[in-house]
Ligand binder design. Structure first.
Ligand code: THG
Length: 275
């Protein structure tokens, strides 16, 4: 499982305040702790409160890189904010450009922009694409799969290696009225998305979206993560500091025969650098 750590996100109050006050310590602690917990990438999202999102992205990237060399996942649906981060990033160990929709009403070419930026950033630059288009976030299985197919087709046409593509069928909060069908729809969409390319494109989700506003957040998150692993999910944006979540993930992967069983499989999973 390619783990992307979610915690450096302006959605969290302490990160929002750290950005506003240029308090490096909060960010650097989070970067170190999430790296120690096994994150393959650190997601970097300035949130919506930052006055100057480009400057905030650059400050976050520089601040993190002062303490660790963990690859970053620059997270924004605005190409200019991603471009700002790319100016200061050390891309040697790889990176992700996260949250590219297929297209937008006011920007039909938005995914092309992410692909061009990824190509310029080098051969280790990946993209997370959302199954979202000018009509917004689809609420049904078929539209999710159809958008994913268009994304894969575009990558093939542009010569962008589908192995550098992560498809995100977009998790919605289960608590939202009428949204309770969504988690099972996502699993059904994943069953089809994995056949869109051979080898399959990576699939990822922003797991914590699922339990926003709900009680039993951790339980909801870890049960769904285990279910999604059995439908081919091979990456996720998660709270890597949540031990029960990582234990559930390790167990799901072991049961899917992706990790060999031994009595110490949890320990092995963690020390193998996979969690
Ligand atoms: N797909 C992709 N990228 C993403 C998402 C996605 N990036 C952002 C987000 N979704 C994933 N990251 C988070 C981070 C935090 C939360 C949810 C998803 C979260 N935050 C608390 C809340 O809203 O309740 C913040 C409150 C607090 O504790 O201060 O749940 O789907 N590609």
């Amino acid at each position: 499982m390619i783990l992307i750590a979610e915690r450096i996100n302006g959605m969290f109050t302490n990160v929002k305040e750290a950005i506003a006050q240029k308090d490096k310590k909060v960010i650097q602690e989070l970067a170190k702790k999430q790296t120690e917990a096994g994150a393959a990438y650190l997601d970097v999202n300035v949130g919506t409160a930052a006055a100057d999102q480009e400057a905030a992205m650059q400050w976050l990237v520089e601040t993190i890189q002062e303490t660790c060399s963990t690859p970053l996942s620059l997270d924004s649906q605005k190409p200019n904010v991603i471009a700002a981060g790319l100016k200061v990033i050390n891309a040697e160990n790889g990176l992700i450009l996260n949250s590219a929709p297929l297209n937008r009403k006011n920007d039909e070419e938005i995914l092309d922009k992410y692909m061009e930026m990824a190509n310029q950033a080098g051969p280790k630059a990946n993209i997370i694409t959302l199954t979202m288009d000018k009509n917004g976030v689809p609420q049904d299985i078929d539209t999710r799969v159809a958008i994913a197919a268009e994304i894969v087709q575009k990558a093939m046409e542009k010569g962008f290696d589908t192995q550098r593509l992560f498809i995100d069928p977009i998790v919605l909060p289960v608590k939202v009225p009428n949204a309770q069908v969504q988690p099972s729809s996502m699993l059904a969409a994943m069953d089809q998305i994995r056949y869109l390319a051979d080898p399959p494109p990576h699939m990822t989700i922003g797991l914590s979206n699922l339990s926003q506003g709900a009680t039993e957040r951790c339980l909801i998150n870890r049960v769904f993560l285990a279910m999604a692993v059995s439908h081919g999910l091979d990456s996720a944006i998660v709270d890597v500091l949540e031990e029960k979540l990582i234990n559930a993930l390790a167990t799901a992967e072991m049961l899917m025969n992706k990790q060999i069983y031994s009595d110490s499989f949890l320990k092995v999973y963690k020390t193998a650098g996979k969690a």
